[in-house]
Design a protein around this ligand. Structure first.
Ligand SMILES: Nc1ncnc2c1ncn2[C@@H]1O[C@H](COP(=O)(O)OP(=O)(O)O)[C@@H](O)[C@H]1O
Ligand SMILES: [Mg+2]
Length: 284
């Protein structure tokens, strides 16, 4: 099957007064339909900038270069903004860590979802869009009794967990082919986190959506994804089946795994991750 997303030798560079900063340096990866790909790596390794580059959201002085950046066979590397706008939200969607930055603060939640539906389908009546918005909220496990309240709420009135679900409802309501979820559950408590993962999992299974799941939580990714890409300093250090993550060989991945807090609790000092300068240059 053809790849849904192909990144080949992706570079994201920011030009600053002190010279260029390379946030992503030659990253290559692919995502298939119906595949859950986890992207892990310590903070600053270029995970978010990779997601933003795919959506055409890197603004000057940032610059994106790639040997190939293709979505569903379509080259994105020179796509004009007008064409990107047609892809964003409809075919490629992104869920950000903090919904407060993604929802419009001065528009009620229900209205935003309605607008999203009507933008995608201008022929849709208000009434039908409202029904769909309520159904989308119900689909992200918002209890029946709370639906009306959430629909009429302002974004700031929502708890973190509710806000995250509203974001997911809005993004997935449009049925994207590819969803980039950037730390979608890191602000949530464990039970809500599990519910959100179940929703994402349903979407992958039911619609064959490809999922790029960005996280710094190796255990979560190992359990939830099909494949894991380990990033360091803007590159892929290692790639493996999620089920094999705990047996990963690369010293960087081993270091990340060793740094995970143990469930048994107290085990002395946290190990310090020793970074080898050579990792920045040659992939293993
Ligand atoms: N506007 C910017 N100007 C300069 N450097 C930036 C800018 N935005 C991000 N970076 C750099 O890009 C690198 C990767 O960032 P990011 O993709 O957000 O990391 P991650 O999501 O893995 O934590 C970081 O080292 C960060 O300092
Ligand atoms: Mg990030």
């Amino acid at each position: 099957m053809a790849d849904l997303l192909v990144l080949d030798d992706l570079h994201v560079t920011f030009h600053s007064d002190t010279g260029p900063v390379e946030a992503v340096r030659g990253l290559s990866l692919a995502v298939q339909r119906g595949e859950r790909v986890g992207i892990v790596g310590e903070s600053g390794s270029g995970k978010s900038m990779t997601g933003r580059a795919i959506l055409g959201l890197i603004r000057p002085p940032g610059e994106v270069r790639a040997h190939r950046l293709a979505f569903d066979g379509q080259d994105l590397s020179h796509l004009p903004e007008r064409r990107f706008r047609r892809l964003r939200g409809r075919r490629i969607a992104m869920i950000l860590q903090d919904p407060k930055y993604s929802l419009n603060p001065v528009m009620r939640v229900g209205r935003q979802i309605v607008e999203a539906f009507r933008t995608a389908d201008p022929a849709l009546s208000r009434r039908a869009a409202r029904d769909r918005a309520l159904a989308a909220l119900a689909a992200v496990q918002i209890p029946e009794a709370d639906l009306g309240r959430v629909y009429d709420a302002w974004p700031h009135e929502l708890s973190g967990g509710m806000g995250q679900r509203v974001m997911i409802a809005m993004m997935v309501a449009l049925g994207p082919d590819l969803l980039i979820a950037d730390e979608p559950t890191s602000a949530l408590d464990v039970t809500v986190q599990m519910q959100v993962l179940a929703i994402l999992d349903d979407l992958v299974r039911a619609s064959g959506m490809g999922l790029m799941f960005i996280s710094h939580d190796l255990n979560l990714v190992a359990g939830f994804c099909d494949r894991v890409v380990v990033m360091y300093a803007g590159r892929v250090m290692e790639e493996c089946r999620a089920a094999d993550l705990h047996a990963a060989r690369h010293p960087y991945t081993r270091g990340l795994l060793a740094a995970l807090p143990s469930i048994e609790g107290d085990r002395g000092d946290l190990p310090v991750l020793q970074r080898d300068p050579a990792w920045r240059e040659a992939p293993p």
